[in-house]
Design a protein around this ligand. Structure first.
Ligand SMILES: Cc1cc2nc3c(=O)[nH]c(=O)nc-3n(C[C@H](O)[C@H](O)[C@H](O)COP(=O)(O)OP(=O)(O)OC[C@H]3O[C@@H](n4cnc5c(N)ncnc54)[C@H](O)[C@@H]3O)c2cc1C
Length: 453
């Protein structure tokens, strides 16, 4: 019987395998794809570093950085070029800069809000009046992000700030996402101050100090594939990798067994480091309620299309990190990152790289052919940025049902899932469905599962 088997070789599963290897415990990763890394995949073309999935992580969450330093890659960490950070939002078909002084979607400075073309006067006046809100008398139940933001700042703020900002992170619908799980700290401010603006301002000093000392995003010079490759190398002496589909778990005395490539594998511990709907399928025969709850975690699909141009042919100054497209503006594009501005070392001087996101709550784009996608993007980039040149090269990556959605009631659902997992000795969960969608949280949960073993 094996000591530990991990289903899923993404960053969560690899972090678990690494932590086990550090303790001298052998493990086996079962991964369906022919490579490890999950949605993290770095390619290279024409001297560019191309990220097919995530391109960076939030610097404020320390777990990915700690791991990177531990792996000896500290010298390759780079930060986003925050001195060049301007994010645009499409309004009426035009790129409009986000006003200065926004903390996520909370306004903290008067004049940039007064001057912005992104919001109408009634919304601006409503934003000013929000200052007068008093704390609620009793704790409020979980609400959708849309309800929560609408209550404080009105529908236009949902449409032109909350929706596009969150679509870029979760690919989700603010009418379904849980305010308590997605905007946890902001909901806490409501409980304490009533007004979110007053709450953010009261904490601004601390936040400003932290922001000055750290870039917003961090990554590795050679791309995030450096991290997954280093994890694989560091765990290699204690790691076996089997490429294939893990099948449903069954109980055996002292552990579990599951079929992989037509053979049964027995293990004392199993870490389900795959999407919750996959974990639900694997647990269906041994824990039906757990399986049902796991299957109930919603996922959105996304697509990353990277387009490479000669800089001179592009005909648009890349004077910012890129732009977000609110759903109200009805485009295929959800967001577009201007890679060479956001990060150094990614694009040679003479080239320009546009990283386009599609998908999200409406995942119909994933069914389109490559030609249809390129044609649709060509049209939209011409309208929004005036780009008429054809890209010199491109990469298209589809990620179906890859991004967990923390919908209303998420915290209660996960608490019950964890209660049920406690009743199954040797069973562990890790991944983006539980306590954080980003890479740092996945690292933390993978390592935590291993420590329990
Ligand atoms: C396009 C995109 C952009 C993102 N951008 C960012 C970003 O910039 N910053 C950030 O912090 N986060 C970002 N995220 C989120 C973050 O990348 C993911 O949440 C995280 O990488 C998920 O890692 P994971 O190991 O939990 O899951 P995955 O990477 O999805 O890995 C799970 C693995 O399990 C395998 N698997 C599933 N079922 C089975 C089975 N039955 N048998 C065998 N194998 C199985 C799958 O093949 C997969 O490889 C992004 C995500 C996407 C999709």
């Amino acid at each position: 019987m094996r000591r530990a088997l991990i289903v899923g070789g993404g960053i969560s599963g690899l972090s678990a395998a690494y932590e086990l290897a550090k303790a001298g415990i052998p493990s086996t990763i079962v991964e369906r794809r022919p490579r490890l890394g999950g949605v993290i995949q770095t390619d290279h073309a024409e001297g560019c570093v191309l990220e097919a999935g995530p391109d960076s992580f939030l610097a404020a969450k320390p777990w990915a950085l700690e791991l990177i330093r531990e792996l000896g890659l500290g010298g390759d960490i780079i930060g986003s070029n925050d001195h060049l950070r301007v994010t645009y939002v499409v309004k009426g078909g035009k790129l409009t800069p986000l006003p200065d002084g926004l903390m996520l979607m909370i306004p903290t400075r008067i004049w940039p809000m007064v001057a912005t073309r992104l919001l109408s006067w009634p919304t601006k006046i409503r934003m000013g009046r929000e200052w007068l809100r008093r704390p609620p008398k009793e704790p409020l139940p979980d609400r959708s992000v849309a309800e929560f933001i609408r209550e404080h700042y009105g529908q236009e703020t949902v449409d032109y700030l909350a929706e596009p900002l969150l679509a870029g992170v979760y690919g989700g619908d603010p009418n379904r996402l849980s305010a308590a799980s997605v905007l946890t700290r902001i909901v806490e401010l409501e409980a304490k101050y009533g007004s979110l603006t007053r709450g953010v301002l009261a904490q601004r000093k601390r936040a400003a100090q932290a922001a000055r000392s750290m870039p917003l995003f961090q990554t590795l010079k050679g791309g995030l594939g450096q991290l997954t490759a280093a994890l694989e190398r560091a765990a290699a002496d204690h790691l076996e990798v089997i490429h294939g589909d893990a099948g449903p778990l069954e109980l055996v005395p002292g552990g579990y067994k599951l079929p992989v490539n037509g053979e049964w594998i027995e293990t004392r511990n199993v870490v389900l480091a795959c999407q919750a709907h996959e974990a639900g399928g694997l647990a269906a025969g041994i824990a039906p309620e757990l399986a049902q709850l796991l299957n109930g975690v919603e996922y959105s699909s996304s697509m990353v299309v990277t387009l490479g141009y000669g800089k001179r042919e592009l005909g648009h100054p890349l004077n910012g990190f890129g732009f977000l497209v609110p759903k109200r503006e009805r485009r295929r594009l959800v967001a577009c990152t201007w890679v060479g501005t956001k990060f150094s070392f990614r694009v040679p001087e003479q080239l320009a790289l546009l990283r386009c996101f599609l998908g999200g709550a409406d995942d119909s784009a994933l069914a389109l052919s490559d030609e249809e996608i390129l044609a649709a993007l060509g049209e939209e980039l011409r309208d929004l940025m005036g780009v008429t040149a054809r890209p010199a090269f491109h990469r298209i990556s589809r990620w179906p049902r890859s991004m967990a959605q923390y919908t209303v009631g998420h915290a209660a659902r996960i608490a019950r899932i964890e209660e049920l997992v406690q009743q199954m000795p040797g069973l562990h969960l890790a991944g983006n469905a539980y306590h954080g969608i980003g890479i740092p949280d996945c690292v933390r949960m993978g390592r935590q599962a291993a420590r329990q073993i």
